[in-house]
Design a protein around this ligand. Structure first.
Ligand SMILES: C[S@@+](CC[C@H](N)C(=O)[O-])C[C@H]1O[C@@H](n2cnc3c(N)ncnc32)[C@H](O)[C@@H]1O
Ligand SMILES: [Zn+2]
Length: 269
């Protein structure tokens, strides 16, 4: 990890700024080491990824994360079955979030719960060699998923700052991002309000938060296909979690993507 990545972060325990525990050269990549805050809280960097998980994860979340760690290597293959079953092209549909990008100029974007970095792979397949204008960050609680994301990013030759952290206490500065993206986790999070509040905290004023997860549209729910989908996987019965939106969320819009099988909730500060 390099200095610009560090300056976007904050100590997850006290919120203060972080620094490397030794002098580093400009543009030096720190693969292993420690970062500390001014109150002395110390955090590890492992394989260039800072680990900023605080407080320690609950037993319930740990169970989920163990599953994600175990499935990380086969995750991309596993979710391909959605394409045929739901009659969608998920990698293409992931490009939906591009419509919220400013047409030109720099953009700071974070994928919260980045998983295997599929959303940024979609961004890359659209922008190819114009990726330079994006300052990309990805955070996840599963080190297994982060490892796969890191490998895919390296293969594509793109630069993404990866952080090990939890959505319930995102170790990033407030008001930092133009776009906060989250796909695929919120339905099963143990504290949905907490997660959405953290996403809103790190987006800048009039920046946009985009949350996408399984949940059939009302129209799809009433079709034979919709009933079969819910019977097979009850996650698809989920509704957009509007009741858990933080009070400060503005301009809330709900639509349906992926052939009416996923909700997309968009809001601003
Ligand atoms: C279904 S996967 C979705 C991955 C990716 N966003 C995608 O669209 O393919 C859910 C992701 O949420 C992550 N996750 C689960 N609990 C989390 C938490 N408390 N904080 C951050 N990420 C979490 C998992 O590790 C996993 O990578
Ligand atoms: Zn601290």
């Amino acid at each position: 990890m390099k200095e610009p990545h560090l300056s976007a972060l904050k100590c997850p325990e006290c919120g203060k700024k972080l620094k490397f525990d030794r002098d580093i050269l400009l543009d030096e990549n720190i693969e292993t080491g420690q970062i500390v805050c001014e109150r002395g809280h110390s955090w590890s960097i492992i394989d260039s990824i800072p680990s900023l998980v605080y407080p320690p994860i609950s037993e319930k979340d740990a169970k989920w994360i163990k599953e994600y760690d175990e499935m990380a290597e086969s995750y991309d293959e596993q979710i391909k079955y959605y394409d045929e079953w739901l009659d969608i092209d998920m990698m293409r549909e992931r490009e939906q979030f591009l419509m919220f990008l400013p047409i030109e100029g720099p953009s700071r974007i974070i994928d919260v719960s980045i998983g295997t970095a599929a959303n940024f792979v979609a961004l890359h397949s659209h922008f190819k060699n114009q990726m330079g204008r994006f300052n990309l960050h990805g955070m996840d609680l599963s080190t297994g998923m982060l490892k796969v994301a890191k490998r895919k990013i390296r293969e594509l030759g793109i630069d993404i700052c990866l952080t090990h952290g939890s959505v319930f206490n995102i170790p990033y500065q407030s008001n930092f991002f133009d776009i906060v993206l989250h796909t695929g986790g919120i339905n099963t999070f143990s504290d949905i309000h907490g997660a959405l509040s953290e996403m809103l905290r790190i987006v800048r004023a009039s920046g946009v938060v985009i949350v996408v997860d399984e949940g059939l549209s009302p129209r799809m729910k009433n079709t034979e296909k919709g009933k079969e989908i819910i019977k097979t996987n009850s996650l698809f019965a989920a509704r957009p979690p509007l009741e858990f939106l933080p009070e400060k969320a503005r301009n809330v819009e709900v639509s349906y993507v992926m052939n009416d099988t996923f909700y997309q909730m968009v809001f601003t500060k």
